[in-house]
Write a protein that binds this ligand. Structure first.
Ligand code: HEM
Length: 456
């Protein structure tokens, strides 16, 4: 049995010229990194008018994101400007006191302690997907990328808004978020290439229109929720309405509440969808991994739907997912702007300059991973934990700005894999393929056509 080496873009042997970098980055930001970038521990990368400092080792990542967090807590200006029409001063793009206050309120809401409320909603939504797949014919390809986006949108809609959102509003809000993310994805390339500021403004009216559509629905849901504060089912909006800052006792006003609901929706939807789509692709290419997964699911679940108590027992299922997001981190690059002059392991960084951590590089780094491009879920089994290098694996980022919903996202992914893999096996449709492409998140191309084979 040979380990699978799943697809990655060709790596230039030598640094690209400015023009070639521009062309490569417009196609796919993952294509600009030459072979040696997977070996260096800290380096400067020149992209047209910008110089970026890339921290590419556990040590330099810890220095920037943990030890000197205060100096590098600010997101890049382009990320802030691109997302501000939708998220306002929301946690994802704020910094300083606003970020600290919002983090204290929002993090407990997506925390593991609330998972018992939301796990039944996750399993229910995944079961509905499995039932729909069972009704589709064996020769009828499904677009797994869309399927997973629909499933995770459904999950985040039900957990954030509760069922009071209604199918019509849910469809509208999902469509508007998708549109927004597409528009922002186009700005992303512009940002990294350091093109003039007026270019993003071409998209500004469309961005503001889609933000307005989303705000209208969110405002309505928040009003309804306020009116029915007592009684009703659990939802993150309800928790946000009742939440208080543990230090000041402050609650969120309507605008802040809307911004944080938008943050949770945006941060928690496409990331999980893309990584689940990659999971199905990888399982279809590695039958031995798939078989081991099926054996674990049969042993632990014996054909019943998973519960929260099963999650710690599903160690191989978890390893399958963790290896997937090592190879294809849904957020493949993290960019920050220095708030003051600082030094990262002796390298001076001047105030205002951009610092990047690129999980795409770090997760395949030659020094910190054996067989870095191979798909080997076993490396994430508990018995192999001692071989892993701290901070070489950061799909959820690291430090005080680590993903607030990491436990939620991981649990959601394990439960979706367990529910669906018990009921179906997916195979790549004839002529279909997957290739990693970086927009704002890393996805397996624009679509991923697969065939559903029902399982017993
Ligand atoms: C596989 C799933 C997920 C992955 C890989 C992921 C990854 C990340 C990463 C890398 C960041 C930091 C981004 C940056 O610094 O630019 C982040 C932030 C965040 N994520 Fe996630 N995420 C996932 C799922 C979720 C879910 C399900 C939720 C909520 C339910 C969530 C909520 C958040 C929030 C609120 C932040 C902002 C934290 C802050 O700035 O303090 N994420 N996520």
């Amino acid at each position: 049995m040979r380990d699978l080496v799943p697809p990655f873009p060709d790596r230039p042997k030598h640094p690209l010229s400015a023009f070639a970098t521009l062309r490569a980055a417009q196609r796919n930001f993952l294509e600009i990194w030459e072979e040696r970038c997977f070996e260096w521990e800290i380096f400067s990368h020149r992209l047209l008018s910008r110089t970026l400092l890339v921290c590419n080792s556990p040590d330099t990542v810890a220095s920037a994101f943990v030890e000197h967090h205060d100096s590098f807590e600010r997101k890049s200006p382009q990320m802030r400007h691109g997302l501000a029409p939708l998220l306002g001063d929301g946690l994802f793009i704020s910094d300083g006191d606003t970020w600290r206050r919002r983090r204290r309120i929002v993090a407990p809401i997506v925390h593991v302690s609330h998972l018992p409320l939301f796990v039944p909603l996750i399993v229910q939504a995944a079961s509905e997907t499995a039932e729909r797949w069972a009704r589709s014919g064996p020769d009828q390809p499904i677009n797994v990328l869309t399927e997973m986006a629909t499933l995770t949108a459904e999950i985040i809609c039900r957990t954030v808004f509760g069922r009071q959102l209604g199918a019509e509003h849910a469809a509208e809000i999902v469509a508007a978020f998708t549109r927004y993310q597409q528009l922002i994805g186009q700005l992303d390339v512009v940002y990294f290439l350091g093109l003039p500021d007026w270019i993003p403004r071409i998209h500004a009216p469309a961005i503001h229109r889609s933000a307005k559509r989303i705000h209208k629905v969110l405002d309505q849901v928040i009003r309804d929720c306020r009116e029915r504060l007592s009684g009703g089912e659990a939802s993150m909006i309800r928790l946000l309405l009742e939440a208080r800052d543990p230090e000041s006792g402050e609650t969120l006003d309507d605008a802040a509440l809307r911004n944080e609901a938008a943050v949770i929706f945006m941060a928690g939807h496409e990331t999980t969808a893309n990584s689940l789509a990659w999971t199905w692709y990888l399982l279809s290419q590695a039958p031995d991994v798939e078989e081991r997964l099926h054996i674990e699911l049969a042993q632990v679940l014996d054909a019943r739907p998973p519960t929260l108590d099963d999650v710690p027992k599903l160690t191989y299922t978890r390893a399958v997912f963790e290896e997937t997001v090592r190879l294809y981190p849904p957020v493949p690059l993290l960019a920050r702007q220095a708030l003051r002059d600082e030094a990262i392991r002796g390298r001076p960084v001047s105030s205002g300059s951009l610092v990047m951590v690129v999980p795409w590089l770090l997760h395949r780094h030659r020094r910190f991973w054996g067989k870095p491009d191979h798909y080997i879920p076993e490396r994430f089994l508990p018995e192999n934990a001692r071989f892993r290098v701290r901070h070489a694996y950061i799909p959820f980022s690291v430090g005080p700005r680590i993903c607030a919903g990491a436990a939620f996202g991981l649990t959601e992914a394990i439960l979706c894999i367990a529910t669906l893999a018990q009921r179906a096996r997916l195979r790549l449709a004839p002529g279909a393929s997957a290739a990693p492409v970086c927009r704002l998140t890393l996805r397996p191309g624009d679509d991923l056509w697969m065939l559903v084979q029902p399982r017993g």
